[in-house]
Design a protein. Structure first.
Length: 630
């Protein structure tokens, strides 16, 4: 299990590297440079002896005609082919050899490429795949130019071919003139025709055949890969813009409706509340968490139930030493967070239950704000507004932006659609009746909060979002810790989506909107978005398409504006926004890998264990000075 993430990283990176190599090779093979006139070593032939050398083929239209002229004349010639053409027309190349002619190489893309060792290697690979051989005839010897590139008059062409009355005559295998010259040359008396060399091609090794098969596949299918890339980019761009417009539109509408309701606020709802705090090795944060809850200004009774789930760092002792009124500490052997939550719910006296992680700090009015939606009897659960407390450093700012411009803005959208799929473990509340309807907190997934919320919604209860109920949580401070946390979240969310897949055929909002939203924007978009980034690199570095970078930059600006709007909606400063473009370049790639690896793990059927994150106690540095830590 410990090696799984590393293997997945390697497989993902190798897959992206292979894709980049395929499309790059396709672009390389598709561009044909201008022909280069070249001269090589001299072949000494007796007077009246000619060797015909055809360049630029094999061509599916003209090479067969040339071969027919040669067959009629009883002449064997040498064909200096290009590797790209051999890959495109291997049957013609095989016919050349089958009819007794020699194969030489003129490079990979066009004649004259033989001076580049890479081009020669690629051309040899094409021969190995098509013919199972490689040749030592690389680059034609010094030749007599027939002039078939500049002239059409057959008399002129014959005269130029016979200028030296001996030697290698240069012809081109990409038009009808080559075959016609053959027909005219054989009419001239006193000449005989030979091969440039009697040296036979040699059999290619297994390694050369394998290399040839890979390069041939890349050349033939690179266009298809590019087409798939284009489709993926189009879908990713559409989803990204759709999500942005939904965020801007629905979040704004939701906030406007809230303002209108605040103009004539309903009576303040103040029922008694039980707060359940499951804790495992939270000795660094548990005191601040319990104190912040106990210091609430809710107008009714608030009891706190701390459930120590087999901690080994003295978490329960720290909580008990606080000796705060209304706080109960329960100890149990380590059974997992769902079991700890269920134990706390059983111990709790009240019917409204706030469930909060042991690394979270409440503001004085958080409890009171969180329970306000329960004034509506149809509400079975309420999500609070989880915020990153330790925003120091670039990683902290990135997570702060992710919470505000991602998770919390998503909740505003889904609240408007009445299908919030996750009441976060950091700050959420449930009606006891709703918990009883779904059988309590399940341990079927690693995202017990998402699983529970989906179950409550499917049971007919409404889930609300209360952004005024703020809670500060400690985010991971290392890349490794962040990866472990998000890997568990992502994998657990996929588990919950699969568990509740039948909601898709039900009439409730979870199937109509919630799961589809997660599929589109938490699975499909993260899977396709890296293709956009990869294609931008391809277009900018390989395909000479700087417009790709311009499009990507415009897309980034739109996302940055959306993030700024999300910060304003959440009452946050715009100062951290400077880190957002860099987040999209660096941090976002990590989140992509998390989603891809989670999907691979799920498809493999691997049972992922719970991965805890090391605490630092930096939550006490939450910004604004609004968090009670006394």
């Amino acid at each position: 299990m410990k090696r799984t993430p590393r293997l997945h990283w390697i497989s993902i990176l190798l897959g992206l590297l292979v894709l980049m190599c395929v499309v790059s090779f396709h672009a390389y093979a598709a561009v044909r440079p201008e022909p280069v006139r070249h001269t090589g070593h001299r072949v000494e032939l007796p007077e009246g002896t000619l060797a015909l050398a055809f360049h630029g083929g094999p061509d599916p239209k003209w090479t067969p005609r040339t071969l027919e002229r040669l067959h009629t004349a009883g002449i064997r010639a040498t064909f200096y082919v290009t590797g790209a053409q051999v890959t495109r027309h291997p049957d013609v190349a095989r016919r050349i050899v089958a009819e007794g002619h020699r194969i030489g190489l003129d490079g990979f893309r066009a004649e004259g490429d033989f001076a580049d060792p890479l081009n020669v290697a690629l051309a040899q690979a094409a021969l190995a795949d098509a013919l199972g051989v490689h040749t030592r005839l690389v680059g034609a010897p010094q030749e007599v130019d027939s002039g078939d590139r500049e002239h059409q008059d057959m008399g002129t062409l014959v005269r130029m071919s016979l200028t030296e009355k001996r030697g290698v005559v240069r012809l081109h295998d990409d038009g009808s003139i080559g075959g016609d010259i053959v027909r005219e040359l054989v009419k001239v008396p006193g000449y005989r025709f030979v091969l440039v060399s009697d040296e036979e091609p040699v059999a290619a090794s297994d390694r050369e055949r394998f290399t040839g098969a890979v390069t041939t596949w890349s050349q033939r299918n690179g266009g298809l890969v590019l087409a798939l890339f284009g489709t993926a980019i189009g879908v990713a761009a559409l989803l990204g813009l759709l999500r942005t417009f939904m965020q801007l539109g629905l979040a704004h509408t939701d906030r406007r409706l809230r303002r209108e309701s605040e103009e004539e606020p309903p009576p303040w709802f103040a029922p008694p509340v039980s707060v359940v705090v499951p804790a495992y090795n939270e000795a660094l944060n548990i005191a601040a968490t319990v104190r912040s809850i106990a210091a609430n200004n809710h107008l009714a009774d608030v009891e706190v139930v701390v459930v120590d789930d087999g901690s080994t760092d003295g978490t329960a002792d720290v909580a008990e030493e606080l000796d705060l009124p209304g706080v109960t500490v329960i100890r149990q052997t380590n059974q997992g967070k769902p079991a700890a939550l269920n134990a706390g719910v059983r111990e709790a006296r009240h019917d409204l239950l706030v469930l909060v992680d042991g690394d979270t700090i409440f503001e004085p009015d958080t409890v009171g704000q969180l329970v306000q939606p329960f004034a509506d009897d149809d509400v079975g659960a309420v999500s609070g507004n989880a915020k990153v407390g330790n925003r120091q450093g670039l990683l902290g700012r990135w997570q702060h932006l992710e919470y505000c411009a991602g998770s919390n803005l998503d909740r505003q959208i889904l609240h408007a659609l009445r299908c919030i799929p996750t009441v976060p473990g950091a700050v959420g509340a449930f009606r006891r009746e709703a918990l009883d309807d779904v059988g309590g907190v399940s341990d079927d997934t690693l995202a017990e909060d998402t699983d529970l919320t989906m179950a409550v919604t499917r049971a007919g209860w409404r889930v609300a979002y209360r952004p005024e109920a703020k809670a500060w949580t400690e985010a991971p401070v290392t890349v490794h810790g962040l990866f472990r946390q998000r890997y568990r979240w992502s994998y657990g969310t996929f588990q919950a989506m699969w568990k509740h897949r039948r909601a898709l055929v039900e009439k409730g909002p979870m199937g109509r909107f919630g799961i589809l939203y997660l599929l589109a924007f938490h699975l499909l978009l993260p899977l396709l978005a890296p293709v956009m980034d990869l294609f931008v690199l391809y277009g900018f570095l390989v395909a000479d398409a700087p417009l790709a970078l311009v499009v990507w930059t415009v897309f980034l600006l739109i996302q940055t504006a959306s993030a700024g709007y999300a910060l304003r909606l959440d009452g946050e400063s715009l100062r951290p926004l400077w880190a957002y473009p860099l987040q999209q370049v660096v941090y976002r790639q990590l989140m992509y890998v998390v989603v891809i690896q989670s999907l691979i793990t799920a498809l493999h059927g691997t049972q992922l264990r719970w991965m805890s994150v090391r605490r630092t106690g930096r939550l006490l540095d939450a910004p604004g000075g609004t968090v009670p830590v006394t």
